[in-house]
Design a protein around this ligand. Structure first.
Ligand SMILES: *[C@@H]1O[C@H](CO)[C@@H](O)[C@H](O)[C@H]1NC(C)=O
Ligand SMILES: *[C@@H]1O[C@H](CO)[C@@H](O)[C@H](O)[C@H]1NC(C)=O
Ligand SMILES: *[C@@H]1O[C@H](CO)[C@@H](O)[C@H](O)[C@H]1NC(C)=O
Ligand SMILES: *[C@@H]1O[C@H](CO)[C@@H](O)[C@H](O)[C@H]1NC(C)=O
Ligand SMILES: *[C@@H]1O[C@H](CO)[C@@H](O)[C@H](O)[C@H]1NC(C)=O
Ligand SMILES: *[C@@H]1O[C@H](CO)[C@@H](O)[C@H](O)[C@H]1NC(C)=O
Ligand SMILES: *[C@@H]1O[C@H](CO)[C@@H](O)[C@H](O)[C@H]1NC(C)=O
Ligand SMILES: *[C@@H]1O[C@H](CO)[C@@H](O)[C@H](O)[C@H]1NC(C)=O
Length: 534
């Protein structure tokens, strides 16, 4: 029966067919009517809203609600009203609510009115994140574009939400798209540089940027991303020099050096330079446990290394002088694939009773002021023989220790050759300089010193070419001077003979003395003549 009355047209046809035979029943059709179109009302704020007015043609019609979805409707007189707020999000099938009202009147056929109510969705719910704070973990060196998490908000009104994330500049992470809050790695993370990143994720239920007249809600979640130090680096021997190659950081150690005496077993850990053998995990925060091992160079089992501390000690004395080169391995205990090696060079020194000693405590040497690089320091002022030092070692019958090396200290002017000759490195600008010579026995480390003063002599004229004169010029000058002298003597002799002849002419004699004094004056003023004297 109800279904037959679902549409007014059906009702009318049905009613009028009966009207031919049962006029009473056909009249019953008119006791109440409602608009046939679906009624649309907006959700929210719908309490007491009149949904529809039921027109009754006669009095004493009883109206009963026979279908009341969500118990949301009520009859007030002849008005169908919304009893409570209609919430699009909580109603099932809010797009089409069917409300049925039955009209009874004694003597009339009761009819059922059908009111279709459409609840319109409005944006009245904010998006929501399940938590306000999230914590994510990501390994350093995770490849770009890897997802570290999907954090979605939910919104009862909106199917599409618009996401954005801060910070927006120089970011380590980004969103996959504005619609999918999939957080992706945006650039490779290095634990040494960044250990934690704080992000703020926004979800908005209207497109960004929001229009001022549009109702819009936003939700916020803070995300803490902890970057985990992964085991990507081997142990690093300390001290070391950091080098960056692309994204990789490595730390280079130059190795360790030590010294023991020949045929002597030293007790305890060997003292090494620049410090004890020590390696630290290159992944600073992991700081994995490291163990040590000598992998090469210890074939005679002279040395042993403490697996945990790296201390090297002696098991027996070394009986051959010279360096022993050990290859030491440091590896992570839990991951032996992460390892590093370094060299430990231990010099076995010969026993010595006497240090090297120079033949004299102080020496004197000479150079010319115009000497330059590679010129030798000379032994004396007169000869051109080179200066040479020698250090003796009384441990040797001949006094000659082949392990002696010479060094110059406290002077930048000179260097010393292996044979003990002193070479100038540059032109000298002082009158003299002093320095210390050192003779080191490299097999024992013992040394002796001596002082050397170097006196700078004025340069030899003939050696210089720019301001002096050539030998030919000087010879010519000497010849001219000699000729002048002879002329003078002739004149003087002539004058003396004149005086002897008759001394009456004293006036002339004085002239001669003036002339000769003038001659000597001019010769002493002449710079050329001075130079000749020198
Ligand atoms: C109900 O009655 C009013 C006048 O009383 C009329 O304007 C309206 O159209 C009627 N509604 C229906 C559905 O007949
Ligand atoms: C129908 O509605 C009247 C009041 O209008 C009420 O008294 C009566 O109990 C209702 N009947 C049913 C079956 O709901
Ligand atoms: C209206 O009619 C129905 C049957 O069509 C009946 O069940 C109901 O009790 C009647 N209501 C009134 C108030 O007469
Ligand atoms: C929904 O109704 C509540 C109170 O009834 C009101 O505060 C809120 O602003 C309404 N929302 C919308 C979108 O109209
Ligand atoms: C990451 O994804 C973006 C776009 O999806 C692409 O342009 C870029 O080349 C990708 N980068 C890498 C390293 O795969
Ligand atoms: C070697 O012997 C010398 C003296 O003979 C001593 O001074 C020195 O400390 C010894 N070196 C080591 C490493 O034992
Ligand atoms: C290693 O040697 C140092 C001295 O060089 C000492 O202080 C330390 O205790 C030693 N460690 C072990 C485990 O022997
Ligand atoms: C000094 O000479 C030696 C060779 O005799 C050389 O090895 C050394 O580098 C020189 N030093 C300087 C500072 O020139």
């Amino acid at each position: 029966m109800d279904t037959q009355f679902k549409r007014k047209s059906t009702t009318t046809i049905f009613g009028c067919v009966f009207a031919l035979f049962l006029p009473k029943i056909c009249f019953a059709e008119k006791i109440c009517t409602v608009p046939s179109e679906p009624v649309t009302i907006k959700e929210n704020n719908t309490v007491d809203t009149v949904v529809v007015q039921i027109n009754t043609t006669t009095k004493d019609v009883t109206l009963n609600l026979t279908e009341n979805p969500g118990n949301a409707f009520e009859l007030r007189g002849s008005e169908l009203i919304a009893k409570k707020g209609l919430d699009f999000e909580t109603l099932s099938g809010p797009e089409e609510l069917t409300v049925q009202v039955r009209c009874n009147k004694t003597g009339y056929r009761s009819i059922t009115l059908i009111v279709i109510v459409r609840v319109e969705n409005i944006n009245d719910n904010p998006p929501l994140f399940v938590q306000s704070e999230y914590t994510l973990n990501v390994n350093e060196l995770t490849p770009v574009n890897t997802s570290i998490g999907l954090i979605e908000a939910i919104d009862d009104d909106s199917e599409v939400l618009y996401y954005s994330m801060e910070p927006t500049v120089n970011r380590y992470f980004r969103l996959e798209t504005m619609y999918t809050p999939n957080i992706l790695v945006n650039k490779v993370l290095d634990y040494d540089v960044v250990q934690q990143v704080k992000l703020i994720l926004y979800a908005q239920d209207t497109p960004l940027p929001s229009q001022p007249e549009e109702r819009s809600f936003t939700a916020t979640a803070t995300i803490t991303v902890n970057i985990k130090d992964i085991d990507n680096r081997p142990p690093w021997f300390q001290p070391c020099t950091r080098v960056t190659i692309g994204n990789a950081k490595i730390c280079l150690s130059l190795g360790y050096k030590g010294r023991v005496n020949l045929t002597e077993k030293q007790d305890g850990a060997l003292q090494l330079q620049p410090g004890p053998v020590y390696a630290r995990d290159g992944d600073k925060s992991r700081n994995e446990e490291i163990s040590y091992k000598i992998v090469r160079g210890n074939e005679d089992n002279i040395f042993q290394i403490d697996e945990n501390s790296g201390n090297i000690s002696m098991l027996k004395p070394a009986d051959i002088a010279g360096p022993i080169s050990l290859l030491v391995l440091a590896s992570q205990v839990l991951n032996r694939d992460q390892f590093a090696t370094t060299s430990v060079t231990i010099d076995v020194m010969k026993k010595s009773r006497n240090p090297p000693r120079f033949e004299k405590e102080r020496y004197e040497g000479y150079v010319y002021s115009n000497s330059g690089p590679e010129n030798m320091v000379l032994r004396d002022r007169t000869s051109n023989r080179p200066f040479r030092v020698r250090a003796r070692d009384e441990d040797f019958a001949s006094g000659i220790n082949p392990d002696i090396r010479y060094e110059v200290q406290y002077s930048s002017y000179v260097n010393i050759t292996t044979d003990g000759f002193i070479l100038l490195k540059k032109a000298v600008r002082t009158d003299s300089f002093a320095l210390q010579l050192r003779a080191v026995d490299v097999s024992t480390g013992e040394s002796g010193t001596a002082a050397l003063s170097v006196i700078v002599l004025p340069s030899v004229g003939v050696q210089s070419t720019d301001e002096g004169y050539r030998a030919g010029d000087m010879a010519l000058l000497g010849f001219v001077m000699a000729a002048l002298l002879v002329l003078c003597l002739i004149v003087i002799g002539y004058l003396i003979s004149r005086v002897k002849k008759g001394n009456q002419d004293a006036f002339k004699l004085s002239e001669v003395s003036i002339f000769s004094s003038k001659l000597s004056e001019s010769s002493s003023e002449c710079p050329l003549c001075k130079r000749t004297e020198a």
